[in-house]
Design a protein around this ligand. Structure first.
Ligand SMILES: *[C@@H]1O[C@H](CO)[C@@H](O)[C@H](O)[C@H]1NC(C)=O
Ligand SMILES: *[C@@H]1O[C@H](CO)[C@@H](O)[C@H](O)[C@H]1NC(C)=O
Length: 269
C-alpha cells in the first residue's frame, strides 16, 4: 500500500531521467489511473514513448490537455529500455479513448490507427504506413469526468494481417474491440504506451478516486505504485456509453504533487 512517508522520502533521491525509471514511472501511472486493468490486463512496455503535440511540446504521462492542445498530429519518440531490447522495424500505432476511471468497456473509441509505421531517427514515421484511422483528437462528452486517451505502439511482425473491416485506409473514428483487434491481427508485443487526460466542461458524475502521480514523483511513485495494483477496480458498468469511449481521469488527477501526496496521506495514513 502507499505510504506517505515512503513517497516523501523517495521524492528527491529517485528523480532521474533514466529510462528504466521512466518505464517504472509509466507503469505506476497506468496502474494508478486504472488503465491497468480497465484497458490493459497487464502492461510491460519495452520502451518509453515521448509524445509531442504541436504547440504543447512533450507531454508527461497522464498530463491534462485541452481538446485543442491535443488536436494536432503528435510525434512519438521511442526510447528502448536498454540496448538489448530489439524493437523490430515495423510498428502499429493506436490511440484509444479509455473513458474515465472505472470504465472498462471492451469497445473503445479508436482515434488513431496506423499500420506499417517505421522508426526514423528514433521517431515514428508514417511515410510507408497505412493510415486506417487518421489521427483525430480527443472529444470527450461534455459533463463526463476526464477521459484517458492512450497512445500505444505495437511491434508489427510479418505475420500481421489486418482483420476484416480494418484493412483499408480512411476509416473514420468509431468504436471497436481493441483487445480483439490486437489478437486477430496477430500484432506483436507492446513497445510502449503513454496517455493524456482530456475533459470537456465540468464533470457532473464523479469517479472512483485515483491517486495522482506527478512527474516529479514518478520514480518515487513507481517504488510503491505496483503494490497498489491489486486494488480492485470497481469496474464501470458497461452501460451507457453514448460515445462508446472508455475514459478516465478523475477530478483527483490533479497534476500537483502536493495534491497527490496530500490525498495519499489522507487515504492511507
Ligand atoms: C532491458 O529491458 C527489458 C525491457 O524492460 C528487460 O526485460 C530486460 O531485462 C532489460 N535487460 C537488461 C540487460 O537490463
Ligand atoms: C504523416 O505524418 C506527418 C507528420 O510527420 C503528418 O503531418 C501527416 O498528417 C501524417 N499523415 C497521416 C495520413 O497521418
Amino acid at each position: 500500500m502507499f505510504a506517505l512517508a515512503a513517497l516523501s522520502l523517495t521524492v528527491l533521491p529517485f528523480v532521474s531521467a533514466d529510462t528504466a525509471l521512466d518505464l517504472a514511472g509509466i507503469k505506476a501511472h497506468f496502474t494508478q489511473s486504472k488503465i491497468v486493468p480497465d484497458l490493459f490486463e497487464s502492461f510491460n512496455p519495452e520502451a518509453v514513448l515521448t509524445v509531442n503535440f504541436p504547440g504543447v511540446g512533450d507531454i508527461t504521462p497522464g498530463q491534462t490537455l485541452t481538446q485543442a492542445e491535443a488536436g494536432g498530429y503528435p510525434s512519438i519518440k521511442v526510447t528502448a529500455a536498454n540496448s538489448s531490447v530489439d524493437l523490430g522495424s515495423t510498428f502499429t500505432v493506436a490511440m484509444v479513448d479509455a473513458s474515465y476511471v472505472g470504465q472498462d468497456d471492451d469497445d473503445v473509441t479508436r482515434h488513431w490507427l496506423m499500420n506499417g509505421c517505421t522508426l526514423s531517427d528514433g521517431t515514428i514515421s508514417n511515410s510507408s504506413a497505412t493510415s486506417i484511422t487518421e489521427y483525430g483528437g480527443p472529444a470527450p462528452p461534455e459533463g463526463e469526468p476526464a477521459h484517458r486517451y492512450v497512445i500505444a505502439v505495437y511491434q508489427q511482425p510479418d505475420s500481421f494481417s489486418a482483420p476484416e473491416g480494418f484493412n483499408q485506409a480512411n476509416m473514420g473514428i468509431s468504436t471497436f474491440d481493441f483487445e480483439d483487434y490486437l489478437t486477430n491481427s496477430k500484432l506483436g508485443a507492446l513497445v510502449g504506451a503513454t496517455y493524456m487526460t482530456v475533459q470537456t466542461g465540468e464533470a457532473t458524475t464523479s469517479v472512483e478516486a485515483t491517486s495522482s502521480v506527478d512527474s516529479q514523483t514518478l520514480s518515487a511513485a513507481s517504488q510503491t505504485g505496483s503494490s497498489s495494483s491489486g486494488a480492485s477496480a470497481t469496474t464501470g458498468a458497461s452501460g451507457s456509453s453514448s460515445s462508446g469511449a472508455p475514459d478516465g481521469a478523475s477530478a483527483l488527477t490533479a497534476s500537483s504533487a502536493a495534491v497527490a501526496l496530500g490525498f495519499l496521506g489522507f487515504l492511507f495514513a
